[in-house]
Design a protein around this ligand. Structure first.
Ligand code: HEC
Ligand code: HEC
Ligand code: HEC
Ligand code: HEC
Ligand code: HEC
Ligand code: HEC
Ligand code: HEC
Ligand code: HEC
Length: 350
């Protein structure tokens, strides 16, 4: 009898232990010894640095808003991709100067400028579900009142996509780790608002809308991971080219005027119609669109307002964004005439 109780207690303890381990996160660096290939791509992408403790972020030499020093900062948001924002010692996003004066508090990486961000508002950091790993809505990370929710690790770590990995790290079994190749999995963070529309603002598509955009057009049946290596930076992580899936168009385009000038498929079909930090011209934002289809009408406008007067983008790229960002001296009439004749074969004998 005694032995049986002991056995039951032992078995229960073991089960409990396994349950705890199964829910446990072990951190990206713990995966490295066995998965160096994925890890090495991942550490030079921007996912892991989406949110960093001030002590880590300061090593990257990100400039601070005027008048602040590193002792005033708890966390830095981003600062590796397009822009940086800062949390104060209470966990609120900094929106003004130290004495409450008006101040630009968002740093833009590409041109070194500063922008206003919710000027003067008291702005809690309620963004953790898309910026951290093992996020939970309740509580306040590090007991900072301005931070809504808690997390296991700041930034988008391996286990943000693969789920808790402590058990798998012990067993090495594929069944103990999640692999989700669907667009929906990436779309859990790469979306904005309602999936069936594409929010815009001031003449550009609003950023982190990739899933909305993908679903809106000709690529709706593709998944993000058919094109992207999920571990790599976009620039180094495209594993399937446009040409490999669109052979006929690729043949047409080869040796055309613009192909010879070095213009690639994405320049027209995925122009920088999205803005995160800054724009370099009326039709040049800083992030590539994922809408893909182009409408060649000279009258068509890319943006519209809904019944409540909110601005959205249509589900196609108009010729201003497709052509006029590069051909700045030209207009819609010209672009429309040029596309009428079949743009892919431009300059080739008919
Ligand atoms: C001690 C070595 C070891 C560690 C540590 C480890 N893994 Fe693995 N992992 C493996 C092995 C071995 C496989 C291959 C299983 C197979 O292909 O049969 C694997 C497979 C995987 C797979 C693919 C599963 C599938 O269904 O194909 C993923 C994803 C993965 N690991 C993620 C992680 C993550 C994330 C971590 C860190 C939290 C991690 N691993 C830590 C050894 C390890
Ligand atoms: C937990 C939220 C989350 C998930 C899930 C997620 N992402 Fe991200 N992703 C982000 C954030 C946040 C950034 C911006 C990181 C930064 O700026 O530091 C980002 C940036 C990126 C970038 C740009 C990186 C660069 O430097 O070029 C690519 C590409 C990307 N994600 C692809 C994917 C793909 C593909 C998936 C699905 C396999 C995915 N993401 C899943 C949150 C997420
Ligand atoms: C943004 C989400 C995301 C992050 C972050 C991420 N993975 Fe993955 N990982 C995936 C997806 C999706 C797949 C399946 C890819 C496919 O088959 O196209 C995958 C596949 C894998 C595989 C199977 C082999 C392969 O490359 O297809 C391993 C091993 C793996 N991941 C390990 C890791 C490790 C280790 C980290 C952190 C260093 C990590 N992953 C970070 C989404 C992610
Ligand atoms: C629905 C998920 C989601 C939420 C909620 C969210 N973000 Fe993001 N954020 C992203 C993704 C994904 C990216 C990168 C892709 C992009 O910009 O298109 C990003 C990029 C950023 C960047 C640029 C990072 C860099 O390195 O350039 C900053 C800064 C940022 N977000 C701040 C915030 C703040 C502040 C909040 C809360 C008020 C917030 N985000 C809420 C998903 C989200
Ligand atoms: C993995 C394969 C694959 C890759 C890579 C791919 N496409 Fe597609 N594309 C498709 C499929 C499938 C469709 C939908 C079927 C169709 O209409 O041909 C499509 C549709 C389209 C359409 C809309 C066609 C229409 O008539 O509505 C355009 C435009 C397009 N792709 C351009 C591109 C560009 C530009 C790239 C590179 C950035 C690219 N595709 C990469 C498979 C791919
Ligand atoms: C100079 C800008 C430009 C470049 C570069 C370009 N396209 Fe297009 N593409 C267009 C326009 C404009 C249309 C719309 C044509 C129409 O509807 O009459 C289009 C239509 C398409 C379509 C749908 C109609 C069709 O012909 O099947 C596909 C698919 C496509 N492009 C793929 C590609 C691929 C793949 C590349 C690179 C090899 C490429 N495009 C390069 C401007 C461009
Ligand atoms: C048809 C292929 C294709 C699909 C499907 C696709 N992407 Fe992309 N994506 C690209 C290409 C091509 C780029 C540009 C790469 C470069 O900069 O060289 C890109 C760039 C990006 C960037 C960086 C944009 C920038 O300009 O900084 C992010 C973030 C991203 N993709 C996320 C996603 C997510 C999330 C999904 C799924 C919802 C997705 N992509 C689906 C081809 C694709
Ligand atoms: C990434 C920049 C870029 C984009 C986007 C682009 N072009 Fe071009 N285009 C060029 C370059 C570079 C040349 C070759 C140099 C030149 O003649 O100006 C060229 C040449 C041309 C020419 C032949 C020369 C001329 O001016 O008559 C035409 C016509 C043309 N493009 C039309 C278009 C149309 C229409 C679009 C949109 C559907 C477009 N281009 C999109 C860069 C671009």
């Amino acid at each position: 009898m005694k032995n049986l109780t002991l056995l039951v207690t032992f078995a229960m303890a073991l089960l409990l232990h396994q349950k705890v381990v199964a829910k446990n996160y072990s951190g990206s660096s713990s995966c490295m010894p066995c998965h160096a290939e994925q890890y090495n791509l991942f550490v030079v992408s921007s996912h892991p640095y989406k949110l960093s403790k001030a002590s880590d972020a300061r090593k990257r030499q990100i400039p601070l808003p005027k008048g602040y020093n590193w002792n005033d900062i708890s966390y830095v948001i981003g600062g590796v991709y397009k822009k940086a924002r800062f949390l104060d010692k209470k966990g609120y996003i900094i929106t003004s100067g130290k004495k409450g004066e008006e101040l630009k508090t968002q740093y833009n990486l590409e041109d070194g400028t500063w922008s206003f961000y919710h000027k003067g508002e008291k702005k809690p950091y309620d963004c953790g579900r898309c910026h951290t790993t093992g996020y939970e809505k309740s509580g306040h990370q590090d007991k900072l009142e301005g931070i809504i929710g808690t997390w296991k690790f700041p930034g988008v770590q391996c286990e943000a996509c693969h789920g808790p990995g402590a058990k798998h790290s012990l067993t090495k079994r594929p069944e103990d780790i999640i692999v989700d190749k669907s667009s929906k999995a990436c779309g859990a963070c790469h979306y904005r608002g309602k999936l069936e529309s594409i929010p815009s603002s001031k003449g550009f598509i609003r950023h982190h809308e990739q899933y909305n955009s993908l679903l809106s057009g000709g690529h709706k049946k593709l998944s993000c991971t058919q094109c992207h290596n999920p571990h790599a930076k976009a620039k180094f992580g495209i594993k399937k080219s446009c040409q490999s899936c669109h052979e006929t168009v690729a043949m047409d385009y080869k040796e055309s005027t613009m192909e010879k000038a070095g213009v690639s498929c994405v320049e027209c079909h995925m122009p920088k119609a999205v803005k995160s930090a800054t724009n370099k011209g009326k039709y040049i934002g800083d992030i590539r669109a994922h809408i893909i289809n182009i409408n060649t009408s000279k009258k068509e406008k890319m943006f519209y307002k809904d019944k409540t007067n909110k601005p959205f983008s249509k589900n196609f790229i108009t010729l201003d964004f497709a052509c006029l960002g590069c051909h700045q001296g030209r207009d819609m009439d010209w672009a429309n005439k040029m596309t009428d004749k079949g743009i892919h074969k431009l300059g080739k004998p008919q």
